[in-house]
Design a protein around this ligand. Structure first.
Ligand code: PRP
Ligand code: URA
Length: 205
C-alpha cells in the first residue's frame, strides 16, 4: 500500500522545506511539524484497548495503545523526523540504522545498528525523509527482516517514482507513506524537484 498524504498544511510546510534559502534551524522545525501533521494519517488504524479512568467528575472508559510501535531512524536524515513522531506517538520505542549512500555508485553502506532484541513483537516504522533510488530503504528493510521484524512500514517525506517502484517490487508488503511523490531522479541520483541533501540541510553539512 502506498499513501501520498494530501494535506494543505503539509503542502505549505513542504514548500518551505524545499526552498533553498531556508536555514537549517527552520528546515528542522518544519520537518518536525510535518511529522506531527502526517501522524494522524499513518496511525489512524492504531489498535487500542479500553481502560478504566476517573475524571474529577466521574468514572469513565479511556484508551491506551494495544500495539507495540518501534520507530527505526535512518541516520542521519531520519533524525529530522524523530522529534515530531515521538511527540505524537510517545509510547513508541526508537531504534537506529546508520547508513550512507556512496556518492558515485549510489549504493547504501551500513555503519551502525541499534535495535531491540524482540523486533518480531513490534510494528516497525522506518523513518527516512528521502526515498530516491530506494537503495537505502530496501537495505534498511532487509536488515530489519534479518533481525526478526515482520511488520514493517516506511515513512518518507519526498519520494522519486523510481525508488518507490523498486521498494514496492522488492518488499511488496511494506506500506509506504510519503508527503509527496516527485517527478524523477536526476543523473546524480537526487530527487527532482526534491529538497537537496536532506542530512546536510538538517545538520548544516
Ligand atoms: C540520504 C537519505 C536516504 C538516502 C536516500 O542519506 O537520508 O537515506 O540518501 O537515497 P537512496 O534512496 O538513493 O538510497 P545519505 O546517504 O545522504 O546520508 P546522510 O543522511 O547521512 O547524509
Ligand atoms: N538523498 C537526499 O538527501 N536527497 C536526494 O535528493 C536524494 C537522496
Amino acid at each position: 500500500m502506498n499513501k501520498i498524504i494530501d494535506n494543505p498544511l503539509i503542502k505549505i510546510k513542504l514548500s518551505i522545506v524545499r526552498d533553498k534559502e531556508t536555514c537549517n534551524a527552520v528546515f528542522y522545525q518544519e520537518l518536525t511539524d510535518i511529522a506531527i501533521l502526517m501522524s494522524p494519517y499513518i496511525f489512524q488504524d492504531l489498535k487500542l484497548q479500553e481502560v478504566n479512568i476517573e475524571t474529577p467528575v466521574s468514572k469513565t472508559k479511556g484508551y491506551e495503545p494495544a500495539e507495540k510501535i518501534l520507530f527505526v531512524v535512518i541516520l542521519r536524515a531520519g533524525l529530522g523526523f524523530l522529534e515530531g513522531f515521538r511527540k505524537m506517538v510517545p509510547f513508541a520505542k526508537t531504534g537506529f540504522l546508520g547508513m550512507y549512500r556512496d556518492e558515485t555508485t549510489l549504493e547504501p553502506h551500513d555503519y551502525y545498528n541499534r535495535l531491540p532484541a524482540d523486533l518480531k513483537d513490534y510494528n516497525v516504522y522506518v523513518l527516512d525523509p528521502m526515498l530516491a533510488t530506494g537503495g537505502s530503504a530496501i537495505d534498511a528493510v532487509n536488515s530489519l527482516k534479518k533481525a526478526g521484524a515482520n511488520k514493517i512500514s516506511f515513512i518518507g517525506l519526498v519520494g522519486a517514482p523510481e525508488g518507490l517502484a523498486k521498494l514496492n517490487k522488492t518488499h511488496p508488503e511494506v506500506n509506504v507513506y510519503l508527503a509527496s511523490l516527485d517527478e524523477k531522479l536526476n543523473e546524480k541520483g537526487y530527487i527532482v524537484p526534491g529538497l537537496g541533501d536532506c542530512g546536510d540541510r538538517v545538520f548544516g553539512f
